[in-house]
Write a protein that binds this ligand. Structure first.
Ligand SMILES: NC(=O)c1ccc[n+]([C@@H]2O[C@H](COP(=O)([O-])OP(=O)(O)OC[C@H]3O[C@@H](n4cnc5c(N)ncnc54)[C@H](OP(=O)(O)O)[C@@H]3O)[C@@H](O)[C@H]2O)c1
Length: 278
């Protein structure tokens, strides 16, 4: 039995069916089973990670560790899970490329500490370090549905964006096949695209012209605060951007090596989600 944290999130939504299709038994964790819309083949477990219930590990031999959330102490959440899971066979932790590059922004620092807890816990472990998700471009949804003008911070670097399905398929492989103990896998897409090119590709998928506008960081910051982001989250976001700028364009071969195929492209992502943006 595999316990999947974050089963209703971006990666989790792809990971749960991928594991079930491989014949694995899955216990999918969510705070709210009534709203979770999980694959009916999965066993659904209700839990808030702020108060992890160790009984959720009964009969579990593998754990996929993913946390998320503003306002939560995700490091404490991950440490509590790891502490309770010392008796399982295998831990697979979702981290970030920021750790690979030694970044010290708040998100990378938390992941680095959580990785350490996983390595020291006792069970076999594998760390997955994805780069920036293509799904982050859903932030452009209101602009695309509105005037079609996409405002991007002027410092945005070219990025080897990764499709969450590729991350989930790598995770499913690592959870269900051997040979990954003690390994750390950075995961990116197959090519670095400038933000201007990403906007063009999305426009091509939608069959309409989108306008790319670079905006000063101060304007981007004000806009995010206007959306209701806490100031600390906005600071963390820009600190991460500053530190990751030179690293975003680096491409890793992990998807091809583990899945035996090319990574999914941003054009494929845009095509899949065209109806959502329309
Ligand atoms: N976005 C990127 O570009 C990027 C890049 C590299 C690494 N990452 C890492 O990827 C991870 C996932 O980030 P994401 O933004 O994609 O999040 P996500 O997986 O979409 O986050 C939502 C998930 O977290 C669960 N969750 C949130 N708070 C919870 C709590 N208190 N107790 C139990 N479950 C809780 C939600 O479950 P319910 O709502 O169903 O309870 C949902 O399944 C993060 O560690 C992030 O640092 C992201």
């Amino acid at each position: 039995m595999i316990l999947v944290l974050g089963s209703t999130g971006k990666i989790g939504r792809e990971l749960v069916p991928a594991l079930l299709d491989k014949g694995a038994r899955v216990r999918a964790l969510t705070r709210d089973p009534a709203r979770a819309r999980l694959d009916p083949r999965a066993e659904v477990a209700a839990c808030d990670l702020d108060a992890f219930d160790p009984a959720l590990l009964d009969g579990v031999d593998r754990v996929f560790i993913l946390t998320s959330g503003h306002g939560s102490d995700v490091l404490a959440q991950e440490r509590a899970v790891v502490k309770a899971a010392t008796g399982v066979e295998r831990l697979v932790k979702l981290s970030t490329t920021g750790v690979h590059f030694g970044q010290t922004d708040p998100i990378s620092s938390i992941h680095a500490a959580a990785e350490q807890a996983v390595r020291e816990a006792g069970p076999d472990w594998t760390i997955l370090r994805p780069g920036t998700f293509m799904d982050n471009r859903f932030a452009w949804l209101p602009a695309v549905r509105g005037d079609g003008v996409i405002r991007v911070p002027e410092s945005d670097p070219a990025s080897a964006l990764v499709h969450v399905r590729d991350i989930a398929e790598v995770a499913a492989t690592v959870l269900t096949t051997d040979g990954h103990a003690g390994k750390t896998y950075p995961i990116t897409g197959g090519e670095a695209l400038t933000t201007r090119r990403q906007v063009e590709i999305l426009g091509e998928a939608l069959g309409r012209r989108l306008t790319y506008v670079e905006e000063p960081e101060a304007d981007a910051r004000a806009r995010m605060l206007g959306y209701g982001w806490p100031a600390s989250a906005v600071d963390g976001f820009f600190e991460l951007k500053r530190q990751s700028a030179g690293n975003e364009e680096i491409v890793f071969d992990t998807v091809r090596e583990l899945l035996g195929r090319a990574p999914l492209t941003f054009a494929e992502w845009a095509g899949e989600h065209a109806a959502t943006f329309a």
